[in-house]
Each structure stands twice: as C-alpha cells, then as structure tokens.
Ligand binder design. Structure first.
Ligand SMILES: [Zn+2]
Ligand SMILES: [Zn+2]
Length: 138
C-alpha cells in the first residue's frame, strides 16, 4: 500500500476509536479508513454524536498538494470535500471503493468536534448547502 500523500510504504494498523481500525502512515501520520471499517464502526457506535462548538475543538490545517491523491487500495483518484463547520481542511475519499483518507491530525480535529461520525455526510448536498449559508466570522 502506498500513501496517497507522501507515497511512503510504511503503513501500520492502528485503532482510531473503539471498534475502528485504520492504517496509519509511519511517514506523514495520515490515516486510511477502509470503507467497510468506517461503516461497521458507524453502525456499532449508535446515534450520531451532537456536534461540539468550535471553541471546544481544534483545527488541523494541512498543506495542499499540487497533484491529485491516489487511492491506496484501488488507485482511483480521491475526491475532496470540505469538512466545514469552521474546520479549514478537506477530507479525501475514493468513490470507487469508498475508503477515506485523512491527513495527520484530521481525525483528531474531527473528533474534537464530534464530526468524525459525519465524514460520509460531507459528500452530500445538504452538508454543503448548510456550509454555504452559515455566516463566517460571527
Ligand atoms: Zn504518508
Ligand atoms: Zn479506492
């Protein structure tokens, strides 16, 4: 498996949350969540967690890449979606196999706002619309 961000081959199996294992890149610290792992965890962890206010969480701004990222499982191009809700980064997902790529600290940042169980929603119209409407900077 090749890291979509830094192209290293140094993945190890880690546990991101109870019942959720992912692969962590030993070089850049990014995480790969295979689709089935994410959905199985979502089903088990019950109702959607209420979002926490901005003040209680933190952001994970990451440097952009000037090339497309490639899915480590099936080599299709990863599609970006803004995390939104005052988080400045974008998550990456493969539409082919459904896997999710998170750069270093992005999982932790999502979790700090209880948005880590909403990753699949970031790719829906509803999420984007809601983003467009929310006033920035209070
Ligand atoms: Zn990497
Ligand atoms: Zn894929």
């Amino acid at each position: 498996m090749k890291c979509p961000r830094c192209e290293a081959h140094r993945f190890s199996l880690v546990s991101l949350d109870e019942g959720l294992s992912a692969r962590e890149c030993g070089n850049c610290g990014g995480h790969w969540l295979p689709s089935f792992q994410y959905w199985r965890w979502l089903e088990k962890h019950g109702p959607n967690l209420p979002e926490k206010p901005k003040e209680e969480g933190f952001d994970a701004p990451t440097e952009g890449l000037d090339r497309a990222m490639i899915c480590p499982e099936c080599e299709h191009i990863l599609v970006k979606a803004a995390a939104g809700h005052d988080l400045t980064f974008r998550v990456d997902r493969c539409y082919h196999c459904g896997g999710i790529w998170l750069d270093a600290n992005e999982w932790e940042a999502l979790k700090s706002r209880n948005l880590h169980d909403d990753i699949h929603l970031m790719y829906t119209q509803t999420w984007r619309k809601r983003e467009g409407k929310s006033p920035k900077g209070g």
